[in-house]
Write a protein that binds this ligand. Sequence first.
Ligand SMILES: Nc1ncnc2c1ncn2[C@@H]1O[C@H](COP(=O)(O)OP(=O)(O)OP(=O)(O)O)[C@@H](O)[C@H]1O
Ligand SMILES: [Mg+2]
Length: 472
Amino acid sequence: MLPEKKQVLIVDDEPNLRKILSAQLTRDGYDVLTAEDGEAGLQVLRDHHIDLVITDLKMPKVDGMALLKQALEEDPELPVVMITAHGTVDTAVEALKTGAFDYLTKPFDKDEVRQIVGKALKTRDFARTDASRADPAHGAKFGIIGTSAGIIDLYSVIERVAATPTTALITGESGTGKELVARALHEHSTHADKPFIKVNCAAIPKELIESELFGYERGAFTGAVSSKPGRFELANGGTLFLDEIGEIPVEMQVKLLRALQESEFERVGGIKTIHVDVRLVAATNRDLKKLIAQGAFREDLFYRLNVVPIRLPALRERATDIPILVGHFLEKFNTRLRKEVVGVEPDAMEVLSTYPWPGNIRELENVIERAVLFCDAAKMRTEDLPAEVRGTVPVFATPYAEDFTRNVSPEGGLKEHVKVAMSKLERELVSRALVQTNGNVTHAARLLKISRKGLQLKMKELGLRENTTDRD
Ligand SMILES: Nc1ncnc2c1ncn2[C@@H]1O[C@H](COP(=O)(O)OP(=O)(O)OP(=O)(O)O)[C@@H](O)[C@H]1O
Ligand SMILES: [Mg+2]
């Protein structure tokens, strides 16, 4: 039920092309497998579940056309994208007639690949489910924007879960859309006309949680001058959304578990048992398994909540969605701020697409809001973006790559260029790890699989300053 990564197979006899394509697709959130000729490709198809094939036409042993035919014989719905050389339109057309989904003509760029892959996987998904549910408006469904594999899977999970009264547990980093999904589950259920009640467990003082959730009777404690229903009662017939469930005190967890198991409870200071019919949706950005191990979360409650787990991917795991999210927020803030920014310059979009977005969609939304506000050109430019977003253009993104390929100076030569490129790449990876861990050197070192001391030395060498937020 977890939205899994889609598996893409790349078949090409040119190692370089395999490498570049697979790096891009991995970055876009796919699982990538590669094969160096048609024969090896067919073997991978037999051994793995593959959602999409990208294959070269001309290859030793079994060529692209033969691979296409054989693959479609085994799975007629498998999308196969052919790579063709410039000027070989005839073969491309023949491939389409045979059943290829589409073709890419060399040399192709990232966006072409992204578009075709996104389209192919989406088409396949809809072919497998119900074609009539396809949404033409950039795949927005339930107010959730995205066409990446992870989000398309999410749409179908929401559809299935909304129709049933089961409990769902939504997990994901901060800003990934947990609340949006919780509301979507409610709005597409049969009790959409009933209340949706949200409780932010992190925002309520520990000693008030019980009365907040279950209500209280008059005189239950000092100040309880009249009785009051709790959020469970208010949500009766509808959905109760317990946000930040990981913050709920252990003592309360027992009471919550009972209320969930028996659908009944008593108000604080009350003796009457109250029955409710509530669909529960919980969300957290904490790792509950870890909290269980630390004794901060009850395992029985976890299993009671985790009937349907919904994991929301981080934005960097679904970078293909960035352009349409940017378009969506651009429209939103143009209207709200009465601006007319008509689009985004390609290099600014490149920057937006490669930044790792530790604060996910919320951070992207804030960045676009600010950029729209300050932008005084027709299109959003790199300089309209905040420094921290601009600071992480990867080494192999267009500007650097062009640097290296166009300006090979006679005195530099290969060795010198590779050295410079390596140190840029090193600096980039180290900075990214630091951004991802909020500047925590210990955590960044773990991520980079080097020692803390080693990382400190590396940072010094690269001229990166140590952040003061590192506490351990
Ligand atoms: N797929 C999406 N399409 C459009 N907007 C989105 C999407 N996901 C999230 N958003 C927007 O991003 C913002 C953050 O989403 P939300 O509040 O649901 O995140 P969250 O996971 O609950 O974050 P936190 O853990 O910090 O509470 C909201 O403004 C929401 O509307
Ligand atoms: Mg939230």
